[in-house]
Design a binder for this molecule. Structure first.
Ligand code: GZL
Length: 321
């Protein structure tokens, strides 16, 4: 069959377009990120989830998101479902440090890169994840300790401290305790007379503080809470016991969420050490870099400050979470 010139031109143009199409389509194929979140236990976590969801949207990354309700088995289940769905990258904030090697090996076998955000895992095999991005919790504990040492420098007698720990076995709970004790051990007047987990929640923080007050009420000089939510719960217990929070009992906490600034402006919390939940943009940049084959550092540390109640009013309007 003789093709005239016009038909031939159209045929060639169509063929050229068709050969480009799959590549064009591939170029527009969205990166798919599977994220297994700890839960929704605190203001910090809510802000962290919001940061991840909004950053995924702004980055054009398709986000599959699961709420682990603070249970490791739920997070492992979610990670396995992302492997089955063959997502491009998996990211998660491990609720506790241990028990992840099996599922991380499954992700590695499926050739799906994993990013740790916020909290890290206990593993000798660092090939199981590409990077860990989040705060230095030991330094956060040190900042809390240094603030207390400075505040109590003229205090002659004993300084009795009660401690509300975060989730048992979690990196922030282990490391915030470690950093705080590293600083206060320099002076024997500082004594941690009670220490128990409040699981990072307001309700549990209040419940445990009620027990501390019942046992040691008048002896307590300081409360060190591993997060603001537990401190806010404890403030309620302190007031219900007829004591003045931040006056009768000095209160130190960590996160610097909105609730902490409101408590400091009300004169009920002495200081909050910042722990930024705004990891979304950094995570999306890392996901894109991984897909583009770029090298990224094994550890990305978020820079953070400390906010005593004296600066709360001025700082509050600038806060992003
Ligand atoms: C810290 C984060 C902790 C917060 C808590 O990075 O893992 O978990 O301090 C949150 O408020 O529940």
């Amino acid at each position: 069959m003789k093709l005239n010139r016009r038909t031939l031109t159209v045929a060639l143009a169509t063929a050229a377009l068709a050969s480009l199409l799959p590549a064009t389509a591939l170029a527009q194929k969205k990166i798919v990120l599977g994220f297994a979140q700890v839960g929704a236990e605190s203001e910090w976590r809510t802000a962290n989830t919001e940061s991840i969801k909004s950053a995924a949207k702004e980055s054009g990354i398709e986000l599959k998101f699961s709420d682990g309700q603070q249970k490791q088995e739920n997070q492992i289940k979610a990670i396995r479902s992302y492997i089955a769905q063959k997502v491009d990258v998996i990211a998660f904030s491990p609720v506790v440090e241990s028990g992840w090697e099996t599922v991380l090996r499954e992700a590695k076998a499926a050739k799906i890169p994993v990013v740790l955000t916020d909290r890290s895992v206990n593993t000798k095999d660092e090939s199981l994840y590409v990077t860990f991005m989040g705060s230095d919790f030991v330094e956060e504990g040190r900042k809390a300790g240094r603030w207390l040492v400075e505040k109590m420098k003229d205090q002659k007698g004993e300084v009795n401290i009660v401690e509300l720990q975060g989730t048992v076995g979690s990196a922030p709970a282990i490391d915030r305790k470690k950093g705080f004790e590293e600083i206060i051990k320099a002076d024997p007047k500082f004594k941690i007379i009670r220490s128990q987990t409040g699981d990072f929640t307001r309700a549990k923080g209040k419940e445990v503080m009620e027990a501390f007050l019942k046992a040691d009420g008048k002896k307590i000089n300081v409360l060190y809470a591993h997060n603001d939510d537990m401190a806010i719960g404890a403030i309620q217990a302190i007031e219900e016991a007829g004591l003045k929070p931040a006056k009768d009992i000095t209160i130190i906490s960590i996160d610097a969420v909105k609730g902490a600034f409101e408590a400091m402006m009300a004169g009920k919390l002495n200081v909050s050490v910042e722990c930024s939940p705004l990891l979304g943009p950094q995570l999306m940049t890392a996901v894109k870099d991984i897909k583009a084959g770029k090298q990224i550092p094994k550890r990305i540390v978020t820079e953070e400050g400390i906010f005593p109640m004296e600066v709360a009013k001025a700082e509050f309007p600038k806060r992003k979470y």
